[in-house]
Design a protein around this ligand. Structure first.
Ligand code: GLN
Length: 275
């Protein structure tokens, strides 16, 4: 099997949203080469061991296993994060929370919390950009905290303080900004039975009240954990912005805003405490 034959297997990944990218990632992993190699050396032969490993990975991908689980990592922001089936696989749209924080907070020392950190993606991306910020991240799943700590070590970002506990429970501090990508999918949503989400923990995806229960809980409980004028910002589903804004307003927050992702869908909503 040559590199170009392996790349042509993309055609067989009919259920994937991104067959070409999937094949490239699997092949780079098997060959331990960068993407440029795949297009510079299309006629290079895979060894028989490589061909066998590649065949096994393709078969698992055909069965629906996420590429990130097959190779053990997912790139997020500028970081390569280890992933496991204990957490959500980081998504590109979640980088919007990181972007928003970098644009709206001063680069001087700030205190920031990331609730339900999973792999540590949001907290670690911010730590990589703002070494002087105090960043605390919580998760109630022990395996997630262990994974996030391992990522922090691998990325040499030991300043992030990962704490075991649900949402705000392990925090005593006050923050300039609290961020979260909580579960927000309606338990009835049919897309839970398709694609990569089948292999991710339900607890990271699904929330009661049509997906809004955790967002509502955090909005209600967060004010004592925010400095005056401190921000609380969420990722949410494309059709939830109006409801999230209404919850913020009912709780007396100010300066409520929503931002769209690159596909034009409402994706993050936030607000600040009175100042
Ligand atoms: N955006 C993810 C999805 O729809 C859900 C992430 C989440 O629930 N926080 O697959």
């Amino acid at each position: 099997m040559r590199v170009k034959d392996a790349l042509a297997c993309a055609q067989s990944l009919t259920d994937s949203d991104s067959p070409r990218a999937d094949i490239e990632t699997l092949l780079m992993w098997v060959l331990n080469k960068p993407r440029s190699y795949l297009y510079t050396w299309p006629d290079a032969d895979l060894s028989s061991a490589q061909a066998e490993q590649f065949g096994e990975l393709i078969e698992k991908r055909r069965q629906g296993e996420p590429v990130a689980h097959l190779v053990g990592f997912r790139d997020f922001w500028t970081l390569r994060l280890a992933v496991s089936n204990a957490t959500l696989i980081p998504r590109p749209e979640t980088e919007m929370l990181v972007e928003w924080a970098l644009e709206h907070l001063p680069s001087t020392a700030q205190s920031v919390a990331d609730l339900g950190t999973g792999t540590g993606a949001i907290a670690l991306a911010l730590a990589s950009e703002r070494p002087n910020w105090q960043i605390i991240a919580s998760d109630r799943i022990p395996d997630a905290i262990e994974l996030a700590r391992r990522n922090a070590l691998m990325l040499n970002l030991p300043q992030v303080d990962f704490r075991l506990g649900s949402w705000l429970e392990p925090l005593q501090e006050t923050f300039h900004l609290i961020l979260s990508n909580p579960p927000y999918i309606d338990p009835q949503d049919p897309h839970l039975d398709k694609g990569d989400v089948r292999f991710e923990p339900r607890s990271a995806l699904v929330a009661d009240e049509k997906g809004l229960a955790d967002i509502r809980w955090i909005i209600t409980q967060a004010p004592p954990y925010l400095v005056s004028g401190g921000w609380l910002v969420f990722e949410h589903g494309f059709d939830q912005a109006a409801e999230v804004r209404a919850i913020f307003e009912a709780q007396g927050y100010q300066d409520v805003f929503t931002r769209q992702d690159l596909s034009g869908h409402d994706r993050i909503t936030g607000a600040r405490t009175p100042h």
